[in-house]
Design a binder for this molecule. Structure first.
Ligand code: AMP
Length: 563
């Protein structure tokens, strides 16, 4: 396992206050490894050769120092910095990033790419720009027309240099760089370092600082008991994909890592909207708020803890089974550090990573550095979910068959078997049980609507073991009048049966078995109804005892508690 990451802050790196304010507003809590290493030398004016793929935070690594060095009030001058990128998409992304970081500085950023009307580019260039982000082809066009003056360029960035070479831009590079001053600062970023990149570096960079995100890990890599899976998903579908994956995985407790505070808040809201009990934890919260969240997580009132690395540092959640990287972590060390939170003490843990298609390379880097395989799987389809629900129904039926208290129902089967084959009767009964458990064959493509909690976690397994007056199969209904529903963080996987719950309550409180209402036992938790006026007594009594050898962590049940 690794040591805690280096706690350098953006302020420690010496960036100007306007940039620090912009980063704070964006919810960036700390520099990524490449930023930590590259920003200092860049601010000092050194050339940098960085090996870093998308997802490492390389854009901010060059954008921030470049903006930091931008002189004020440049008027109608030509660009101070030129960023060359391989594609139009990257051109827009990098321009947007520069614009966001440089807003308070008043940085004028101009994207220049082929396919865009040249007239607007000409007007902007005429008015004066600070940073031009260009694809090489269009940059060469402007140079040939004499419409872009690179004589004042102080910083040149070659971003994704290996991609640019693959696309045949080598000659354009030479043309463009020869139009810039000798004394400029040159920064080159590339995911891979083939000989040709080294050639460019030798010709155009002066005594560069070499930075690599892919380094040997301090210790032996990821813990062996962690099952590691990745899903490649487009940004727009991530939340839905996460929901499906969680439905299939049914974690006891999961921590979901996001990069920024904003993303934490956004995802927490989205997941709550989808029926999960998610809690946010990030550096923008005060100690009291964090303590409250952690209290809810420890009491298993929350299923998901959505957090930034900084906020989650040092946290120890005992029952954590799943670590989810909602984005690929910015360095292998960070990945290993995150997934080391599960798979402890001989228990199996699961690490799930959602990667956008362009972050695919970072997964490979992590695999290489950790020496462990990350299995890329397809996001579960609605058919997979349905299969999983059927499996849960099957498991629930299997359990009932083993319990063998079925004589009350014999008359139903016997009368029906006068008219139907017993197999038909069984099929109808399974259908009824399955639908009661929340499984339907006609699910939408992506489950948008928030499902009630009990249906959600273990759809078919939430079948009530005892009826408490309410119609069978109606889950998450209101408790009966005068009753309160209690939540216990113990379920079938802990070996809990209805008689254990009744036994614990009747044994530890003045209540008798008759006072106890409906009991629902799912794989991971139990809901039990007790008389309202005795609820607190029961909670206290249960929490002072153990059920099946474990603390029940009882509390009043309430859906999706918010701060
Ligand atoms: P990049 O590797 O430059 O494509 O960046 C990947 C993503 O990380 C982008 O969405 C950035 O907004 C985000 N990012 C970059 N640096 C940080 C940071 N220090 N903290 C949080 N997010 C960051």
């Amino acid at each position: 396992m690794t040591t805690e990451p280096d706690p350098t802050t953006f302020a420690d790196l010496g960036l100007r206050p306007e940039l620090l304010a912009a980063l704070d507003a964006l919810g960036y809590e700390e520099p990524t490894p490449i930023q930590r290493e590259a920003i200092g030398p860049m601010l000092a004016g050194q050339d940098v050769l960085g090996q870093a793929a998308t997802g490492t935070g390389k854009t901010a690594a060059f954008a921030l120092p470049l903006l930091h060095r931008l002189p004020p009030d440049r008027g109608r001058s030509g660009p101070f910095a030129l960023v060359l990128v391989p594609t139009r998409e990257l051109c827009m992304q990098v321009s947007e990033a520069l614009h966001r970081y440089g807003k308070q500085i008043g940085a004028r950023v101009l994207p220049i790419y082929g396919g865009q009307p040249i007239g607007r580019q000409l007007r902007e260039l005429e008015r004066g720009v600070d940073v031009v982000v260009a694809t090489p082809g269009r940059a060469v066009d402007h140079l040939a027309r004499g419409t872009m003056d690179l004589s004042g360029v102080a910083v040149v960035v070659l971003d994704e240099a290996d991609e640019m070479l693959d696309m045949g831009f080598a000659e354009d590079h030479e043309t463009i760089l020869s139009g810039t001053p000798q004394g400029r600062q040159t920064l080159l970023f590339s995911a891979t370092m083939p000989a040709r990149i080294n050639g460019i570096a030798r010709r155009h960079l002066r005594d560069p600082v070499r930075i690599q995100v892919e380094r040997d890990l301090p210790a032996s890599g990821a813990p062996p008991l962690v099952r590691q899976t990745a899903y490649v998903v487009g940004r727009a579908h991530k939340a839905a994909a996460l929901g499906r994956i969680l439905d299939v995985e049914s974690p006891t407790a999961a921590i979901v890592f996001c990069r920024t505070r904003e993303q934490v808040d956004e995802l927490t809201e989205t997941m709550n909207g989808r029926g999960y009990r998610a809690e946010a934890l990030h550096g923008g919260m005060n100690q009291e708020q964090r303590d409250r969240v952690m209290g809810r997580v420890r009491a298993a009132t929350a299923d998901l803890l959505v957090a930034t690395d900084v906020a989650a540092r040092g946290l120890d959640v005992e029952h954590l089974t799943h670590v989810v990287n909602y984005e690929v972590p910015s360095a292998p060390e960070s990945y290993v550090h995150r997934i080391g939170r599960v798979g402890r003490a001989g228990r199996e843990g699961v690490a799930i990573t959602l990667a956008e298609p362009r972050e695919h390379r970072m997964l490979k880097t992590i695999e290489r550095v950790t020496g462990q395989r990350i299995k890329v799987e397809k996001v579960p389809t609605t058919a997979d979910l349905q299969a999983r629900r059927l499996e849960l129904t099957r498991a629930a039926l299997h359990e009932i068959l083993l319990e063998d208290h079925l004589d009350d129902y014999r008359v139903v089967v016997e009368t029906l078997s006068d008219d139907f084959d017993v197999m038909q009767v069984a099929l109808a009964a399974v259908k009824l049980a399955h639908q009661a458990g929340g499984g339907t064959s006609g699910d939408d493509d992506i489950p948008e609507a928030a499902l009630p909690r009990a249906d959600r976690v273990e759809p078919a397994g939430t079948r009530p073991h005892r009826e408490g007056g309410a119609p069978a199969g109606r889950k998450s209904r209101q408790p009966a009048a005068g009753r309160t529903r209690l939540y216990l963080a113990l379920g079938r996987r802990d070996g809990v049966r209805p008689q254990d719950v009744v036994g614990a309550i009747a044994g530890e409180t003045p209540l008798s078995g008759r006072d106890i209402g409906s009991i629902e036992i799912t794989e991971t938790f139990t809901l039990v109804e007790v008389p309202e006026e005795q609820a607190s007594v029961v909670v206290d009594a249960l929490n002072a005892t153990r059920v099946k050898g474990r603390k029940p962590k009882a509390r009043r049940d309430r859906d999706a508690p918010r701060r």
